[in-house]
Design a protein around this ligand. Sequence first.
Ligand code: TXA
Ligand code: MG
Length: 292
Amino acid sequence: MAFPTETVYGLGANALDSAAVDRIFDAKGRPPTSPLIVHVSSIHMAQLIVAEWPSDAELLARRFWPGPLTLVLKKHAKISARVTAGLDTVGVRVPAHPVALALLRAAGVPVAAPSANRFGSISPTRAEHVSASLGERVDMILNGGATEVGIESTVLSVASDYPILLRPGMISREQIEAMIGPVSVDSTTPATGGHVSPGMHARHYSPATRLVLVGPRDALPAGHGAYVCISMPRSAGRVIVMPDTPDQYAAALYRTLHELDAEHLDWIAVEIPPDAPAWFAIHDRLMRAASR
Ligand code: TXA
Ligand code: MG
């Protein structure tokens, strides 16, 4: 069933049941080369599905769980290769959403769940987005209203001696480094300008409408006196003003893209947000959305 988390809606199945996990891939049209995140209700339950629980995992889980941080760890043998796309590691997180936690506690099993959308399209931040994308392909959708964070969790590998940021999210690299020291960033992350390796798909999180990035925005004299922004005329287009804090921008981003996609426009132009660490995950998603 589909369920809300604080990031995006997930499409969940019993992570210990391979037939159930296969149905996730069918419903999403997802290639079996993409590993799934396993959701659990506690640190204790996370420890039961991994082979090793290093001290970095303990520190980060205590600080950020429940919350939008996925830890990649060596997997326990009971987690099937179907869940992890054949990798010997598994992504685990405790979501910070009362409905997700209630589901996990009632199920009593770890729940494998990717975002609840057809493969390659924008993640759902409302139950309506799930039904529009997956419709009859899901048995049930738990409607928890709009999600708060709005973009997918930060994915961090702590499976080796060197922690690696695999997907930026609203828990930033800087927040993680404050807990465990230096973290390297996977060079295949679009926001670092790298190319993309198998299993990490550049054109992911994309609206159907062509999206182009414009800008970057020049620094405005925020908070210091009155000013006027003189904009070039937009021939036939209109302008949507997004929130100016990263948290609020992230929360609104996918809903805005879902709504604009439904208008069947020719293209969507997005002004590149500020070049600051707190905006890194948003840059990443916009670059993925713009790549064809
Ligand atoms: O916020 C989220 O993470 C949402 C909610 C539902 O929890 N889930 C989500 O799942 O975004 P999905 O399947 O759309 O993205 C999973 C990401 C992918 O980038 C995948 O490569 C990475 O997590 N991942 C999962 N397991 C991994 C592993 N063992 N090693 C490396 N990366 C892994
Ligand atoms: Mg996804």
